[in-house]
Design a protein around this ligand. Structure first.
Ligand code: HEM
Length: 345
């Protein structure tokens, strides 16, 4: 079992069935604790002796050992709530929540205005690549609208969520550094007098919002469609809640040693929580958005996006067949279809 790629492997279904009530176990290949039991994930996400994952650590090492500079990664780690603790974390969350509550209605309106245009590709018949032709443009509208940054393009965000991926080599880390640098320059060039906090909030929305929403919508639509091959889109019973997630894994670091479910979690060790476990059976589906003090701030916007996308699909009398599905493999932390090609007739 390769736990590094489990989240996009068909083998994951058997894995989650087997581990839904297991205690955490230490995987030597991954060098961390694996937690796939939803009850344990719920308890541990409320545990104050766990701290955030050390996203900046590998960059600091590269700077120390090879003199490589990462000023934009450092900036992100001082502003993204994912990297912060205590009062700094709360302040960062408050800033993000503030912009989200101010802009969410506009973003929803933007998606609603755009959705029929995006889905008109079905009316031409033939093949439709659902990710690049429909879902990605819609998510781009949502994220740049909520961040009040219409000047951003899809290329600006793509692969920037690699920030959360600890499996990157130095070359990819340098690419990410320059990608974040380019996003920041664009923000400073386009918004007069933007403060560092305002920049940090927007960076958070791009990094936390774009690929997560793209992946969740893509994986969920694929999951439902594959169970209804050759049906008409208007006859597909899409559920109210996305059945799959683009954020299958989150991580934490043990700040202070403690015993949990018969195992000892020692200071400095990493834990990997498989949130995908919440997509099975009667588990509370909302678990895919995390819980506790770091729960997702984009949940409401994401559920609106799901409602809008599934609503538009259910208005189409088009008969479809899935011709090709391929998952992205350039990332070890998120899931997202690279290709979702449909035949529409
Ligand atoms: C359906 C798509 C999404 C999923 C499945 C998802 C999932 C998650 C999860 C699991 C967390 C908790 C992370 C942790 O505990 O380490 C989280 C946090 C967060 N998410 Fe989302 N998310 C989604 C969309 C979005 C969007 C669209 C935005 C913003 C526009 C967003 C912004 C955030 C922020 C700001 C946090 C807070 C992190 C913290 O306080 O440390 N998310 N998300």
């Amino acid at each position: 079992m390769n736990l590094l790629t489990l989240h996009r492997d068909e083998a994951r279904h058997a894995f989650f069935e087997e581990h839904s009530s297991s205690p955490p176990f230490f995987d030597t290949a991954m060098g961390c604790w694996i937690v796939a039991n939803p009850r344990h994930i719920e308890q541990l996400l409320l545990e104050p002796r766990l701290g955030p994952a050390d996203y900046a650590g590998p960059y600091e090492q590269l700077t120390r050992k090879r003199g490589l500079p990462f000023p934009n990664i450092q900036f992100a780690s001082r502003h993204l709530p994912f990297c912060l603790e205590g009062a700094e974390h709360q302040q960062s969350r408050r800033r993000v929540a503030g912009l989200l509550s101010l802009r969410r209605a506009a973003a929803v309106e933007e998606m609603e205005d755009f959705v029929d245009r995006a889905f008109s590709v079905f009316d031409r018949g033939g093949t439709v690549e659902l990710m690049s032709e429909v879902i990605a443009p819609l998510v781009l509208h949502a994220i740049r609208s909520v961040a009040d940054a219409r000047f951003m393009g899809a290329d600006d965000f793509m692969a920037s969520a690699a920030f959360f991926d600890r499996m990157l080599g130095p070359k990819k880390r340098l690419q990410l550094e320059s990608r974040l640098g380019a996003i920041r320059s664009k923000l400073r060039d386009s918004i007069d007098g933007i403060s560092q906090d305002e920049e940090g909030v927007r960076l958070t929305l791009f990094l936390a919002g774009y690929e997560t929403l793209l992946g969740t919508l893509g994986e969920s639509v694929h999951w439902v469609l594959r169970q209804h091959q050759a049906a008409r889109l208007c006859d597909v019973p899409f559920p109210d809640f996305p059945p799959q997630t683009g954020v299958p894994i989150i991580e934490r670091r043990v700040a202070e040693s403690f015993e949990f479910a018969g195992v000892r979690l020692s200071a400095g060790e990493r834990l990997r929580f498989y949130l995908q476990a919440f997509t099975y059976g009667d588990e509370p589906k909302a678990g895919i958005f995390g819980l506790g003090p770091r729960t997702c701030l984009g949940k409401q916007l994401s559920l609106e996006a799901w409602r809008i996308v599934t609503g538009a699909l259910m208005r189409k009398p088009t008969r479809f067949r899935i011709l090709e599905y391929e998952a992205r493999s350039d990332n070890y932390i998120f899931t997202c279809p690279k290709t979702l090609l449909l035949e529409a007739s």
